[in-house]
Design a protein around this ligand. Structure first.
Ligand SMILES: [Zn+2]
Length: 130
């Protein structure tokens, strides 16, 4: 039975999605959409920037990657979905993952003192590497 056009298109979309996910997960940095686009183009030369954006958003909405917005307001993507913090070097702009348990009951303390019902938090450290 010949494949339907939808099936062929569906496979192309999932291939693009998988490639976007692979690039973000393998990146040691916290890449921007433009950087991800340049990498994905190496294996899928016909991919568009819009497609890369759409897939990044879908993957982030599904929790497979995280969006990271720092002081500069630039959207970056993080393949590490486990809870972690970031250290940003003000000289080089490099972003480091920091797995450091600040305070185990921070959420409980926060909720108790504010009356909010926070379920997660993000903390960024800024400074110099040296
Ligand atoms: Zn990170």
């Amino acid at each position: 039975m010949p494949e339907t056009r939808e099936k062929v298109a569906g496979r192309r979309y999932s291939r693009q999605r998988e490639e976007v996910l692979r690039v973000v997960r393998n990146a040691n940095s916290h890449p921007t959409a433009d950087w991800v686009y340049e990498q994905v183009r190496k294996t899928l030369p016909r991919v568009s920037l819009g497609t890369v954006y759409r897939n990044l958003n879908l993957l982030a909405d599904e929790g497979l990657i995280q969006r990271v917005i720092l002081d500069d307001g630039v959207m970056r993507y993080d393949g590490k979905t486990r809870a972690h913090h970031h250290f940003i070097c003000s000289k080089t702009g490099k972003i480091y993952d920091v797995e450091f348990n600040l305070c185990e009951d921070l959420l409980e303390k926060f909720n108790a003192q504010t009356g909010f019902k926070a379920t997660r938090y993000k903390i960024e450290f800024y400074g110099s590497e040296e």
